[in-house]
Ligand binder design. Structure first.
Ligand code: UD1
Ligand code: MG
Length: 450
């Protein structure tokens, strides 16, 4: 059966007290709306319709291409929000999944289960419920003695007995499309001045039709976001969910409570992640790596068997068997080839370090190329910026840069060359030559076998 999804996101989200629209607040590094869109799209295999309010430019920009926007100009409730999609969807699909865009922890397989339940039953709709202790202000599910669903009562309108009901309306429904469009105009206006989608349940019951229900797979799915406190709760639940998934895939995570893995991250088998490690943006970590503690890896690629301790890596490519840290900073365009060693207090930006380069302590390498097996002494700096331009430094293979060398770019250090400690190198150094002094001069040719 064909199923289309409608995600409701036109609410104001006032309880967030934010200038940013609620559904754009990040969860595990991506706007929360992305989680809902992804889950719905996975379940229905088509782009969902997203009901947005007026002044929703930011949301539309963010979700552009991932869904079809429908505007609800007046916020007259969840039922009214669904009515706005009628023109686009009437006659086009068998089933309609409706979900709230502020429930990012609902899983694709939960949506699939509601869809399957509705496609296998003759009633007009299936609802998603949860039995949890905390009521969260959700609507309560009313059943008769035989367990048949009678209606959903909003907390605002509930009697104390009804409030004591622990079965909650999570806020995801699958409707038979024809029945929905035929009956949605009959929704009554509540005393709050809204058309409640939840009243579709009592409409069905009045017609002697059976309303089916499906329960959530895990209790964390009911975390809906109305406040910043809920957001923190969702972040925590999502973090543990993501971490559990990676552990299932064969990654060791020493402390899942303090390991932060984003939506768009890949991690190879037998990698060990130490506490307080953050993998952000589009990041890929290889197999058998050891990462952390206290590391941030953002939009970077890390090859197999590499080790990174207490370091920040952004926009970098790290090949296999590289050792980094503690306290290193790799920035945009850093490329460390196989077997590079980068020790404490090093910074590398927009530079390629060929295999076997060693950069042990206190160095800045920017806009440079460093040849194979070159050793960069402690305190070396590529003076790449002359106040106007960024200049390139080219250091050959098998070079030995003495401690505290200033390499004033643009500059070329030839293959096998050496610089003396404390040199300020302003002119190119030929292959196999030793330059020293301030400013540095070539003081001797070196033996090739040196
Ligand atoms: C709703 C349900 C409640 C359920 C809870 C679970 C109704 C009447 N109540 O209550 O039974 O337990 O969700 O999450 O449906 N929205 C619009 N347009 C509107 C109003 C809301 O698009 O005019 C969107 C909101 O952006 C939000 C969703 O619909 O994503 C739910 O609205 P909200 O006001 O949060 O409803 P709840 O009071 O949480
Ligand atoms: Mg809500």
């Amino acid at each position: 059966m064909k199923c289309e999804a409608v995600l409701l996101a036109a609410g104001l989200g006032t309880r967030m007290k934010s200038r940013l629209p609620k559904v754009l607040h990040p969860l595990a590094g991506v706007p929360m709306i992305d989680w809902s869109i992804e889950a719905c799209s996975q379940a229905t295999k088509v782009k969902p319709y997203l009901v947005v309010g007026p002044e929703s430019d930011e949301v539309q920009r963010q979700a552009d291409g991932k869904c079809i926007f429908i505007e609800q100009t007046e916020r007259l409730g969840t039922g009214h929000a669904v009515m706005q999609v009628r023109e686009s969807l009437e006659g086009k699909t068998d089933l309609i999944l409706v979900a709230h865009a502020d429930m990012p922890l609902l899983r694709p397989d939960t949506f699939e289960r509601i869809i399957t339940c509705q496609s296998e039953n003759s009633g007009p709709l299936t609802i998603l419920t949860a039995e949890v202790q905390e009521s969260r202000g959700f609507g309560r599910i009313k059943r008769d003695e035989s367990g048949k669903i009678q209606g959903i009562i909003e907390e605002l309108h509930a009697t104390p007995e009804e409030r004591a009901i622990r079965e909650l309306n999570v806020g995801a429904y699958v409707f038979s499309a024809d029945w929905l469009w035929e009956n949605i105009p009959k929704l009554p206006l509540s005393t709050k001045g809204e058309y409640y989608l939840t009243d579709m349940v009592s409409l069905a019951v009045e017609q002697d039709q059976t309303v089916e229900s499906v329960s959530v797979t895990s209790p964390d799915e009911v975390i809906g976001i109305n406040t910043r406190e809920h957001l923190a709760e969702a972040e925590h639940a999502m973090r543990l969910r993501i971490n559990r998934r990676w552990m299932e895939e064969g990654v060791t995570i020493l402390d899942p409570e303090t390991t932060y893995i984003g939506f768009d991250v890949q991690i190879g088998q037998d990698t060990v992640v130490h506490p307080n490690t953050h993998f952000e943006g589009s990041t890929s970590i290889g197999e058998d790596c050891r990462i952390g503690p206290n590391s941030i890896i953002r939009n970077s690629v890390v090859g197999n068997r590499s080790q990174i301790e207490a370091s920040v890596v952004e926009g970098a490519i790290i090949e296999e068997e590289v050792e980094i840290g503690p306290f290193a900073h790799l920035r945009e365009g850093a490329h460390l080839c196989r077997g590079v060693h980068m020790g404490n207090f090093g910074e590398v930006k927009n530079s390629r370090l060929e295999p076997g380069v060693k950069l042990g302590h206190f160095s800045y390498i920017g806009d440079a190329h460093i040849g194979e097996n070159t050793n960069i002494g402690a305190g070396t700096i590529t003076c790449n910026y002359d106040g106007k331009n960024k200049n390139h430094t080219d250091i050959g293979a098998d070079v030995f840069i003495g401690s505290d060398t200033m390499l004033v770019a643009p500059l070329k250090i030839g293959r096998g060359a050496r610089t003396g400690a404390g040199s300020v190198v302003t002119k190119d150094v030929p292959d196999w030559s030793l330059a020293a002094g301030v400013p540095a001069r070539v003081i001797r040719k070196l033996d090739n076998h040196d």
